[in-house]
Design a protein around this ligand. Sequence first.
Ligand SMILES: Cc1cc2nc3c(=O)[nH]c(=O)nc-3n(C[C@H](O)[C@H](O)[C@H](O)COP(=O)(O)OP(=O)(O)OC[C@H]3O[C@@H](n4cnc5c(N)ncnc54)[C@H](O)[C@@H]3O)c2cc1C
Length: 305
Amino acid sequence: MNTAYDAAIIGGSSAGLSAALTLGRFGRRTIVFDNGAPRNKPAAHAHNFFTRDGVPPSELLRIAREQLLPYPSVELQSLTIGSAEKTAEGFVLTATSGERITARKIIITTGVKDGMPAIPGIQELWGNAVFHCPYCHGWEVKNEPVAIISNGDNAWHYAMLVSKLNKDLVFLTNGPSTLSAEQTEKLKRKGFSIIETPIATLEREGKGIRISFTDGSSIQKTAAYHRSEKLLFQNELAKQLGCQLSEAGSVTVSAMYETSVPGVFAAGDISHDGLHQVSVAASGGHTAAAACNSQLCAEDFEADI
Ligand SMILES: Cc1cc2nc3c(=O)[nH]c(=O)nc-3n(C[C@H](O)[C@H](O)[C@H](O)COP(=O)(O)OP(=O)(O)OC[C@H]3O[C@@H](n4cnc5c(N)ncnc54)[C@H](O)[C@@H]3O)c2cc1C
């Protein structure tokens, strides 16, 4: 491993590999660290990505890595970065296995993890029968009976989106409903039911799922939606570097994806609370890398005069 890089990217998925491509095409000495846990890994297919609709997530990343091969200044390392610190010259990153590298700039693309409720079976179905996002998987289960495992404003948000694709909807609040009286009334007027009984288990049944409740009853649906109440932004390195965070935990960035710490960029799901999608992450990675490269070009140009 080299010791001095123009840029170090932590997270080698949609945002990170897109950033690496942009930097590689400028001949920037770039290192990408990745520990192999992209958010959509459990899903069999990734949808809604321009030119690659329906491709397995692992295949998208394989193509991305393959297309970095012509750019010899880019290096990929399967390591977990445990700490990051700013120095007078740039940044030092230390892997959990002890390796240390220095880089002039850093791009954090470490993503988000989905906190799962303690419902036996939900983790196994995540991404293939329990979905988080109708933009990603809604079309595949359109017009089918589906359950929304969500409460309060999250459930209400789902109602407006998912009812465009599915008319047979049941809302499972998994405990007392926190939907407002007005929201409840409107859902009922649409013909949707709300079940507050806690969920005991989720399991595969044929091509669909069976949802069993703690009172012994159960229902069969083609699929379910669930969005965790709390997204786990992988912001530990950003915190160590002193980057400003949003209330939800995403890393606050400028329009060009620079964080509040000069020379540190963040892109992909980690960089915003909003629409988390592969194409949005790839776009952010590209923009962050272009901004990072602009700074490097300006510094090199001035140093050479
Ligand atoms: C089940 C599911 C299905 C989805 N399906 C779709 C879909 O069909 N279409 C779509 O557009 N979007 C989909 N998404 C959303 C999509 O997964 C994300 O928007 C996208 O993965 C974000 O890319 P990213 O590069 O920001 O982060 P990620 O893809 O999550 O990648 C972050 C990477 O950083 C690595 N990493 C983290 N910390 C460290 C560290 N300290 N050191 C080294 N490496 C580290 C991780 O291992 C990971 O590889 C889905 C999400 C889920 C949960």
